[in-house]
Design a protein around this ligand. Structure first.
Ligand SMILES: Cc1cc2nc3c(=O)[nH]c(=O)nc-3n(C[C@H](O)[C@H](O)[C@H](O)COP(=O)(O)OP(=O)(O)OC[C@H]3O[C@@H](n4cnc5c(N)ncnc54)[C@H](O)[C@@H]3O)c2cc1C
Length: 438
């Protein structure tokens, strides 16, 4: 493998480049990013007084194989000193609230929390977990998250708890999102153990084996629930970029929008505004719609599937209040953006700010105006894995294989939207291309 071009310099593209760069079979990696910075949605606003406000992701989970993989990468990059862990014992982990019917309700935590009835729920969580064991296995190949959880754990948990999780992770509607694609471990628990409770207790699925390095071991020992980085999550793409620059094997191009890609007998021609690049293999780490726009007519089968992956728009308001140490972040819109605010291109920053401060007043009782604020509108930032997403992804990968396209699909549009999932999609694509397993 001589030259691999990586399209898109978000965390997916950078992670793929990181793993490519470490592989002796690759002679050259070319990263093409349309904007003037690398990192994509990993974007930290750093104020001159040292305060950091995250405009994109703010917490990365250490759990599972993909969590271990990211921590191993963080360690490889020498970022151990920069890490900011939040353990399960921290107040931020223990104090989680649901806002239901105009009131905040503290969620139960620990074993004692699941034994008693805690508002807004009408029965103890333990009751739902035990009765779930006797619920029959579903017959559908896929199901909405809401329908799946209602069937297994009851409508109340689906309406209140799972709906909130889906809003928090996907900014999406749990009645449309696919359980199989969004929460594969829930789907696998039912398939393999016939129950979520048994799946949780006995294990299910076939997670890749990732050997934890010292940092991942420390995360386990210290019971980290999440982690971030002291100067913001953007430190991660910055550090990968530096690593790539120093490797001597990677060409990094900012302001390099890919216009069109054309397959050739031995690889691809990549058309940019000011020239054409040849590559033996392409790793596309672009949003699905951006990739659909640059594919040639011979890839129509792929184009349609890519365009069918919808996305949502999220507004992120960062607010600072006099006397309050922690900043407040309000994320708004998602699957409901259009209904609440109208067309994203027509909405004003002032109206988003007004809605955010109103939510803080109503939920947290902060009646004064924020002393500082920043509003960012992220158009089409989170892909939505609607019902049948797994078939769409299978169809796309089959098209690529059947047409002998030297192309890998990476990033949040396919196999998971979390930072961990996206990084792992880069690692898996490199392993599939060059062998060696993950
Ligand atoms: C507001 C928000 C909060 C989030 N919070 C969390 C969180 O707390 N924890 C978590 O784990 N995850 C979180 N996520 C999800 C996670 O951040 C994203 O799924 C992930 O960053 C996506 O990375 P990516 O590389 O796939 O895509 P992107 O970041 O979208 O990168 C794609 C890149 O391709 C470039 N590009 C587009 N078109 C072209 C072209 N034609 N040519 C060249 N380049 C092009 C873009 O400029 C971009 O840089 C959050 C996401 C958002 C938006």
């Amino acid at each position: 493998m001589k030259t691999v071009a990586v399209l898109g310099g978000g965390i997916g593209g950078l992670a793929a480049s990181f793993y490519l760069c470490k592989n002796p079979q690759v002679a050259k990696v070319i990263v093409l990013e349309s904007s003037s910075r690398f990192g994509g949605w990993l974007w930290s606003l750093r104020r001159s007084d040292g305060a950091v406000f995250e405009l994109g992701p703010r917490g990365i989970r250490p759990a599972g194989a993909v969590g271990t993989n990211t921590l191993n990468m963080v360690e490889d990059l020498g970022l151990e000193e920069a890490i900011l862990p939040v353990s399960y014992n921290h107040v931020a982990s223990k104090n989680r609230y649901l806002y239901v019917n105009g009131q905040l309700h503290k969620l139960p935590s620990g074993i004692s929390g699941i034994l008693k009835t805690v508002a807004p729920f009408s029965r103890p969580l333990l009751f739902s977990l035990l009765t779930e064991i006797f619920v029959k296995k579903g017959r559908e190949e896929d199901e909405s998250i809401h329908s799946f959880v209602s069937r297994r754990l009851g409508k109340e948990l689906a309406d209140l708890a799972v709906d909130s999780v889906c809003r928090g992770v996907f900014a999406g509607d749990c009645k449309k999102l696919s359980v199989r694609s969004c929460f594969p471990w829930l789907y696998m628990a039912e398939q393999q153990r016939g129950s979520l409770t048994l799946g949780f207790l006995l294990g299910s699925g076939s997670a890749p084996e990732i050997v934890p390095g010292p940092l991942a071991q420390r995360a386990k020992r210290e019971a980290w629930a999440q982690w971030s980085l002291k100067r913001g999550v953007e430190t991660l793409p910055e550090s990968i970029t530096e690593f790539l620059q120093q490797s001597g094997k990677v060409e990094l191009h900012r302001d390099a929008a890919v216009g069109q890609i054309i397959p050739t007998t031995s690889g691809w021609k990549v058309h940019l505004e000011d020239g054409v690049i040849s590559a033996d293999h392409l790793m596309a780490a672009l949003p699905a719609k951006a990739l659909s726009c640059i594919l040639p007519p011979s890839c129509q089968g792929l184009v349609q599937q890519l365009q069918d992956i919808s996305t949502v728009t999220v507004a992120v308001a960062s607010l600072e209040y006099e006397g309050s140490i922690l900043p407040v972040t309000v994320m708004m819109g998602g699957a409901w953006f259009q209904n609440v605010f109208g067309a994203p291109q027509a909405v004003s920053a002032d109206s988003l700010l007004a809605r955010a401060t109103e939510a803080v007043r109503c939920h947290l009782g902060h009646c004064v105006a924020p002393s500082w604020s920043h509003v960012a509108l992220h158009r089409d930032c989170i892909p939505q894995y609607h019902l049948g997403h797994f078939q769409r992804v299978d169809t796309m990968r089959a098209f690529i294989k059947n047409n002998n396209l030297l192309l890998s699909l990476i990033g949040s549009a396919y196999d998971g939207v979390s930072v961990n999932d996206v990084i792992f999609s880069g690692r898996r694509a490199v392993a599939e291309l060059l062998g060696g397993g993950v």
